[in-house]
Design a protein around this ligand. Structure first.
Ligand code: FAD
Length: 318
């Protein structure tokens, strides 16, 4: 069943879902299973698997100069989705980016997913490669997530890049897209960002999943603005349990999100990362309780590779 079918059939019950990362290159898949196993008792409706594109790193060339090396630290998104679906009999949602993909690469990745029976995709633009100032699409690649959504919708209508193909099987992908309650950092205003979100939905996106936020008011106000703009698909809140003192600066820098004073001050006062994790768990439980009471379609948790805190939170909420 696709995510949108699950959401439509949930009869008002909030679904539980979470996001995981592929293991670091060199590590085994067991490190992922160790994180997924403890969450399966909460019957996740689906599991997202992130996509990590290549990075440009500078390595000493041995002659006092540096040489550019292109590496991918966490390959394996599609294979991991297939392995998780087979092992746990759960729907998986691979993240698919514009960045690093020509439209031909995208089509081939979608064909691979279709063959594997994976019918859900989260369509994203991706960020610029580390070392580049702005996002640069690949030659013949999609420039914005809306273009990727259009390509997936085309394939769902049996439209391939090569118009002369003889047997054109129409796929049946359910497409999720990203939304930003506190605005995407490149967008000139929240309203313009919401208009760009509407374009993704008009192009065929079935649902939206939000960037993490720590103040539910920003999610509620975002949903209201989206509805006013004519976006009528489910908007799933994304929750990230706060987990270390370093995240006080990492989360605002990397994800462009605000931390409420009450949370930041409590974290600042705390003496150990163990107590910060506990603060993060309690904060996420409070957020979750309010969102559940508001009847949100699903609660989607960002694990960032660790599931222990999500287990503690899910045990209180589901
Ligand atoms: P878009 O929807 O294309 O928007 C990007 C920016 O362009 C926005 O400012 C938007 O307002 C603007 N825009 C959109 N359309 C147009 C247009 N036609 N003309 C002008 N401006 C336009 N990154 C990864 O690398 N891997 C992941 O697995 C991953 N997972 C994510 C999961 C979620 C739930 C979220 C919220 C983000 C995730 N990201 C991931 C990060 C994401 O790739 C970045 O936030 C990226 O900068 C934007 O992606 P997008 O799909 O929202 O882009």
């Amino acid at each position: 069943m696709t995510i949108i079918e699950k959401l439509n059939k949930s009869e008002g019950k909030t679904l539980f879902s979470f996001e995981i990362l592929p293991p670091l290159k060199g590590d085994t898949i067991n490190s992922v299973y160790e994180n997924v196993d403890p969450l399966m008792e909460f019957d996740p409706a689906y599991i997202n698997v992130t996509y990590h594109r290549e990075e440009i790193v500078l390595k000493p060339a041995g002659n006092g100069l540096l040489r550019k090396k292109i590496i991918r630290k966490r390959p394996g998104t599609i294979g991991l989705c297939a392995a998780i679906s087979a092992r746990y009999k759960v729907e998986t949602v691979p993240h698919l980016l514009c960045g690093g993909f020509s439209r031909e690469d995208t089509e081939n990745a979608l064909i691979e997913l279709d063959f594997l029976g994976i019918r859900n995709v989260l369509a994203l633009r991706g960020d610029s490669v580390k070392g580049q100032r702005h996002f640069m699409p690949e030659p013949y690649g999609n420039a914005f997530a809306v273009d990727l959504v259009k390509q997936i919708t085309d394939l769902n209508n049996g439209i391939y890049i090569d118009e002369e193909l003889e047997n054109k099987h129409a796929t049946n992908f359910c497409v999720g897209v990203a939304g930003y309650p506190e605005k995407h950092f490149e967008a000139p205003s929240l309203n313009i960002d919401i208009q760009n979100l509407k374009a993704k939905v008009d192009a065929g996106a079935d649902y939206v999943v939000t960037q993490m936020f720590f103040d539910n008011a920003s999610y509620f106000s975002y949903v209201e603005k989206c509805r006013d703009a004519g976006i009528n698909v489910p908007i799933i809140p994304g929750i990230k349990p706060f987990a270390s003192k370093r995240q006080l600066s990492i989360l605002p820098t990397m994800f462009h999100v605000d931390l409420p004073d009450a949370l930041a001050l409590e974290v600042l006062k705390s003496k150990s990362n163990e107590s910060v994790r506990q603060i993060g768990i309690e904060w996420a439980i409070e957020q979750g309780r309010e969102l559940l009471a508001a009847g949100v379609p699903a609660l989607h948790f960002y694990s960032m590779g660790r599931s222990e805190n999500i287990r503690n939170i899910a045990a209180q909420l589901f």
